[in-house]
Design a protein around this ligand. Structure first.
Ligand code: UDP
Length: 380
């Protein structure tokens, strides 16, 4: 394939995907700049619209220099079936028109699955970034999306050894860290590291220079907790949401809580009083990438049900309390950095009072060059 131009369609649509994709778009630009004669890459971005408002989408394109999407599908706020179906139909039309050599999908959302399915049915090789993650909880929509995407993919980019092991256990075994994929008759699995780690390394210093979020919120480093909640298990089951909120209110420390739009919708109808100024619990709109990096690295601890934030806590050496009953990022727990407590009020409170600061910090998620490795594999 050397010397031949390679056309890639990237399908993204949700906040974590913008973050995961940014280092790859940057590596594509670098590849084209540094090796202008070797397999130039053209990236066509399809934004499905799963997350659409300025604070969940535009700000990431701007802050992280992600190229503007060539297509904006505007598909959101509907049921899983309708959303995935509409995306599938529209992405298929785009793929038939663009005829790319590869389709690149990220993570575990409906956009990921729709992109993978549309491509595989048209016999276009699918590359899945963040392949092999498993929570083994089939009630999570993300788990279904991951499993189906991995089993549709031709090229699987794993962030961790555990992800490679998970794929092996499902019969996807062709692990190859070096050789180019001469044939796509069998899937190819590459352990490349995590592009979210690349992003943290690329943007943390910029965040320190540019973000004024701590001053704006009137908090000092290591004197507040950072919290996020958005998983359906926590937001759609009233007892779980109530239990988490009651723990937040009981913990006698400032908590900064950037509220995800779907969580806000539920909270506004069920607990409107929470939105009046509260002495310790500070509910704020979702923040951009630079502000979240600043809030994460200076937090005393992070309380979250987000996959990305569990890892970011680890990258920054900040203790994490995971508000879920299991995690895909098992290494963070095994290394003693993360404690999984679910939505249990007492366990949340106990975990926060047990927080110890420590300097444990090893490299479980690659060397910060995952995106470059992905490009090497795609152009090999
Ligand atoms: N994030 C952000 N602003 C916020 C909250 C989160 O920029 O107010 C970032 C953060 O870096 C996190 C990423 O969004 O890792 C992932 O988003 P989310 O928690 O929505 O998805 P998940 O990681 O659970 O798939």
């Amino acid at each position: 394939m050397n010397e031949q131009a390679i056309k890639i369609v990237t399908v993204i649509g949700a906040r974590p995907q913008f973050i995961k994709a940014a280092p790859v778009s940057r590596a594509i630009a670098e590849h084209n700049r540094l090796t202008p004669h070797a397999s130039p890459l053209t990236e066509i971005i399809v934004h499905t619209g799963q997350h659409f408002d300025a604070e969940m989408s535009d700000i990431f394109f701007k802050e992280m220099n992600i190229p503007q999407p060539a297509y904006n599908l505007g598909i959101n706020s509907t049921s899983h079936g309708a959303m995935t179906g509409r995306m599938l139909e529209k992405i298929e039309e785009i793929l038939m028109k663009e005829k790319p050599d590869r389709v690149l999908v990220y993570g575990d959302t409906n956009s990921t699955l729709a992109g993978a399915l549309a491509a595989v049915k048209l016999h276009i090789p699918v590359a899945h970034v963040e392949a092999g993650l498993r929570s083994f909880n089939r009630k999570m929509p993300e788990e279904i999306n991951r499993v189906l995407t991995d089993h549709s993919a031709d090229i699987l980019f794993c962030p961790t050894q555990q992800a490679v092991n998970n794929l092996k256990a499902e019969g996807i075994v062709n692990v190859d860290n070096s050789a180019p994929h001469s044939s796509l008759l069998t899937p190819h699995v590459y352990l490349v590291g995590d592009t979210m780690y690349d992003a943290v390394l690329q943007f943390s210093e910029i965040a320190r220079q540019k973000s004024t979020i701590l001053e704006n919120l009137g908090v000092k480093p290591k004197e507040y907790l950072l919290a996020t909640v958005h998983r359906p298990y926590n937001t759609d089951i009233p007892e779980n949401l109530e239990s988490i909120l009651s723990a937040f209110l009981e913990i006698n420390e400032p908590i900064i809580f950037p509220v995800h739009p779907r969580t806000k919708q539920i909270l506004q109808s069920t607990y409107p009083s929470l939105f009046t100024p509260h002495s310790s619990l500070k509910m704020i709109p979702p923040v951009g990438y630079l502000d979240i990096l600043m809030l994460e690295q200076n937090a005393k601890a992070i309380l979250t049900d987000s996959g990305g934030m569990q890892k970011e806590a680890y990258f920054f050496g900040v203790p994490c309390v995971t508000l879920r009953s299991e995690t895909e990022w098992v290494e963070t727990v095994e290394s003693g950095w993360n404690v999984v407590v679910g939505a249990d009020r007492e366990k949340i409170i106990d975990a926060v009072s047990d927080i110890k600061s420590d300097n444990l910090h090893s490299k479980l998620y690659g060397d910060g060059h995952a995106a470059e490795k992905i490009i090497q594999c795609l152009t090999a």
